[in-house]
Design a protein around this ligand. Structure first.
Ligand SMILES: Cc1ncc(COP(=O)(O)O)c(C=O)c1O
Length: 430
């Protein structure tokens, strides 16, 4: 078969929100700059963009409180500090995440304990239950690439065992499951608005919660360590809110961009979901090819499609086949990619975790007296057999948020040609 190619119109980079930055964002930023008021709390012609963004985003997710912050990583740190996670505490999290998730645990002084994944590549509730101990204070659900997993069951397990649940939804903005939004299940949730995310201002983050006290603590920590009264004056005399601030406030410029992006979120996610579900349906006709389990395909909210083969060699052959058959991406884009080529998303590829490095240059968290029960914890490959196996035989393909009809049909035909050339058989007629 003659190779198809999209060399003249390479597929876009994997930055969903970026492809929809338009005049609305430019105007919003210009308005803040003309008002000379880029700070979230006051200015000569203060626009209150951050406050409005917080109200709109809380309403979108269906949670009472939203606190806008500077980055997703800062949001993780603020949330964990609000939940008072520290030395002596164990935090359960899956081994498929972003390095920032586990970094926030270690920077809190707590011990990360890894939990294996289920076929949705999310935390496996059975393994979570097995690993909960009297030291467990928090479980973190990390829905990577917009697929939520068994979060309702995880929430029940956490409640039953009296531990907090944090949803790290950095990669799941706009995702839902049976009409309930990612970020609405946990005691707290965080989001990121960094360039790779479904909506973006380059950087940015948010902390969400229904719990008034956790919100007040998060608010204090993200600023100076103290809450404020109704007039915006700092309250210094409440012991519960005499904390240490990080100073990771969102700027008005960031919030102005995000208010415009938020209006486009459902459309962006919908575009990716439509193509992803078409590709999944097509791949589903072949025996020997699986995609990751998505309980509610109508709520799928990410750009990356995970395609699972019987072994590493077959996964490699499929990835190479897509490229040979004509998939060409813009400079800087990195898909299709084997999951083994993925970097700091997988526990065993994070040197500071595997080598249990110190955060401050003094003792590492594993050497602290309060954590001495965790001295022998290992983070080396082999710790999570189910995830390790998936990593070996999975190909990731980004479904960009903005594709022409021609690009969409080229992707489909390239996938089909690759499956046919590799001899995969259709299990039923189309
Ligand atoms: C799962 C996950 N958690 C946390 C973060 C951190 O967000 P940020 O880059 O905004 O600090 C990211 C972003 O890359 C992420 O993918």
């Amino acid at each position: 078969m003659e190779a198809l190619s999209n060399k003249e119109t390479p597929l876009p980079q994997e930055w969903p929100g970026i492809h929809y930055i338009g005049e609305e964002e430019v105007e919003a930023v210009t308005r803040i700059l003309r008002a000379k008021s880029p700070f979230r709390f006051y200015g000569p012609d203060f626009q209150q963009e951050t406050l409005h963004f917080e109200e709109e985003f809380a309403q979108y997710i269906g949670v009472k409180h939203c606190l806008a912050v500077s980055h997703g990583t800062a949001a993780l740190q603020v949330a964990m500090a609000a939940m008072r996670i520290g030395p002596g505490d164990e935090v359960l999290l899956p081994g498929y995440f972003w390095v920032s998730t586990v970094a926030a645990v270690v920077r809190s002084g707590a011990i990360p304990r890894l939990v294996d994944v289920d076929p949705s590549f999310n935390m496996d509730p059975d393994d979570l239950e097995r690993k909960i101990s009297p030291r467990t204070k928090l479980a973190i659900m990390v829905p990577m690439g917009g697929v939520i997993g068994q979060v309702a069951r995880v929430a029940e397990i956490c409640k039953k065992n009296n531990i907090y649940l944090l949803e790290d939804c950095a990669q799941s903005n706009g995702a839902s499951q049976f009409e309930r939004m990612a970020g609405s299940y946990g005691d707290m949730a965080i989001f990121s608005f960094q360039i790779n995310k479904n909506i973006t201002a380059g950087e940015g983050g948010a902390v969400l919660t229904n719990n008034e006290k956790l919100y007040k603590k998060a608010y204090a920590i993200h600023d100076l360590g103290y809450t404020k009264d109704a007039n915006g004056e700092l309250v210094l005399d409440q012991p519960e809110y005499q904390l240490w601030g990080i100073g990771c406030r969102m700027t008005e410029v960031t919030a102005a961009i995000l208010r415009q992006q938020l209006k486009k979120l459902d459309m962006i996610v919908g575009n990716m979901r439509g193509v992803k579900n078409e590709l999944k349906e097509m791949l589903g006709q072949y025996s020997g090819i699986k995609t990751r389990h998505v309980a509610d395909p109508d709520g799928d909210g990410g750009s990356f499609l995970k395609i699972i083969f019987k072994d590493h060699a077959t996964a490699r052959q499929f990835k190479d086949g897509l490229i040979t058959n004509g998939i060409c991406v813009k400079e800087g884009a990195f898909y299709p990619i084997l999951m083994t080529e993925w970097g700091l998303h997988i526990y065993s590829k994070i040197p500071a975790l595997v080598n249990k490095r110190s955060y401050s240059g003094h003792h590492s968290v594993w050497e602290l007296a309060e954590n001495n029960w965790a001295r022998d914890y290992s983070y080396k490959e082999g710790t999570l057999p189910v995830l390790d196996d998936y990593v070996q035989r999975t190909v990731l393909f980004c479904v960009a948020s903005k594709l022409t009809d021609g690009q969409r049909s080229l992707i489909k035909s390239t996938f089909q040609a690759t499956c046919d050339q590799m001899g995969f058989e259709k299990t039923f007629a189309t």
